[in-house]
Design a protein around this ligand. Structure first.
Ligand code: 4AD
Ligand code: MG
Length: 465
């Protein structure tokens, strides 16, 4: 099987024996003495392995000297301990097979130099080859695996919820339509509306904004569940924190109130950041050095310090009396802006804060009404630098209250009949939350824009690749 450079550098192969590695050239350096040094990476770890290539090789002039950054090779040679510092092992090459040269090195978009993050974004199909692209990809993978591992260890079942749906979970009207109707020749009803009964599903269908409603049905049978998959929002917000297609982790817990959901979120974040610092020390050292000097400290703060919990009403008080001038006015009932959220997390608390019990009018229909009848058992987890990382709530399990809320919000109970069934047949208190996965990766790496932590970002006017 193909050997990974990670395993070679970790000392899993005996020295002084022959070994073959595959990878791409990061750099080539030639000495006057007629030796070339190839730094070869295969994406499996941050570091490259060095191959020392003598000019005695038959194809030295014809092949080796043509290798440039990005070229693909298969190198066979003797594995030796590296005398140089920084590297554990290197290869004394006896054979270099060129698998693919870079056609025109002068115009190779990923040539060995520092590229701006915006430039890399425009070359999304090539950016995984760069140091930062590889590091982001490995961190993203580690975080995803750690989430699955954490939830699995706690007895949560991973539920595959549908991407195509008829219901708007968040009620924000930000859904992408899924349709096979001929746009140039739409069927019309007598009233002149588009006739979706002729569409593929026989009714209007959309890409899901959240798997929550579906995963609630499994929660009310399996107790501890989660969904982890892509979600879609047609919100026209061109910000560094919004994508039209993003991944969300949504645990849902039966017999649990909001406090239990908050505890799970806190424990999960702690677990995944610990795993990240242990498993990807190489990439995290790179982010610390090149992207954000405070990133590792920030993760350690999350690991070590309890999250502050604060009621929305108290937060309003703090914002009104902090002496800071905000662009958007602060009053009870207002939907907080990112300037407010950032003030609370960054300046007031200096760490993640769980803000809870929001006014019902700014939150979704499914959130449980508190006894004060003005607020709902909702929570947002706000983190320094990124703002809202998590949104969650206790769900309204009382049918009569849910029906009142649906009516208040002008939603048709017929559309939610299956959701109402959960409240009719053995209803139980339950709670859950959604973690925006790209916001987590951005937070964990110090990268400022969520577009740079997902392989192919989808944003307004951009669905390239
Ligand atoms: O707060 P939101 O809208 O909550 C829900 O969708 C609930 N149904 C979740 C649940 O309770 N199961 O979204 C949850 C999280 C946000 O806190 C944010 O991190 C992320 O999803 N998010 C986005 N991330 C990237 N781009 C967008 N456009 C996002 N919208 C939300
Ligand atoms: Mg939210």
């Amino acid at each position: 099987s193909v050997i990974s450079i990670t395993d070679v550098l970790a000392g899993k192969y005996p020295v002084n024996e022959t070994i073959t590695v595959h990878g791409w050239i990061r750099t080539r350096r030639d000495s006057k003495a007629g030796i070339s040094f190839l730094a070869i990476h295969d994406g499996s770890c941050f570091d490259a392995i060095q191959a020392i290539v003598p000019n005695e090789l038959d194809n030295y002039q014809t092949d080796v000297l043509k290798l440039t950054t990005g070229g693909a090779v298969k190198v066979t040679g003797t594995l030796v301990e590296s005398p140089g510092q920084g590297q554990s092992f290197e290869i004394q090459a006896t054979e270099v097979e060129v698998l693919g040269l870079v056609e025109d090195p002068d115009t190779y978009p990923m040539a060995a130099k520092r590229h701006s993050i915006e430039y890399l974004r425009e070359h999304a199909h090539l950016r995984a080859r760069t140091n930062i692209g590889g590091a982001v990809t490995r961190v993203r993978n580690t975080l995803a695996q750690a989430i699955h591992r954490f939830l699995h260890s706690k007895g949560y079942f991973w539920i595959s919820t549908p991407l195509i749906t008829a219901s708007d979970c968040e009620g924000a009207g930000e859904m992408f339509r899924v349709s096979t109707l001929d746009m140039e020749n739409l069927p019309r009803t007598d009233k002149g509306d588009v006739d979706y009964s002729e569409d593929f599903f026989g009714k209007e269908a959309f890409l899901t904004v959240s798997g929550q409603l579906n995963v609630e049905t499994y929660c009310c049978a399996m107790s501890k569940v989660y969904t982890f998959g892509p979600t879609f929002r047609a919100e026209n917000s061109n910000t560094s924190r919004h994508l039209a297609e993003f991944w969300m982790v949504e645990p849902e817990i039966a017999f649990a109130d909001l406090a239990i959901a908050g505890d799970l979120a806190e424990e999960m974040l702690r677990y995944v950041f610990k795993a990240l610092l242990e498993e990807r020390a190489d990439d995290m050292a790179f982010f610390q050095q090149r992207v954000d000097k405070t990133v590792i400290d920030r993760l350690n703060t999350v690991i070590e310090k309890d999250f502050v919990r604060m009621d929305y009403t108290d937060a309003i008080d703090i914002l009104q009396n902090c002496g800071k001038k905000f662009e958007n006015e602060v009053f009870w009932g207002v939907d907080l802006n990112s300037e407010h959220e950032r003030y609370l997390a960054e300046e007031h608390v200096g760490g993640p804060v769980i803000l809870q019990n929001y006014p019902k009018d700014i939150k979704s229909f499914y959130m449980r009404l508190n006894d004060d009848k003005k607020t709902v058992a909702a929570m947002d987890i706000l983190a320094p630098g990124i703002g809202e990382l998590i949104g969650g709530s206790q769900r309204e399990e009382r049918l009569d209250v849910l029906d009142e809320r649906l009516a208040e919000m002008g939603l048709d109970p017929v559309d939610y009949s299956w959701y109402r069934d959960l409240r009719r047949y053995g209803t139980v208190p339950h709670s859950g939350f959604g973690l925006g996965f790209e916001r987590l990766v951005a937070y964990a790496t110090g990268i400022q824009n969520v577009r740079d932590v997902i392989p192919f970002p989808r944003t307004p006017n951009n669905a390239a690749f």
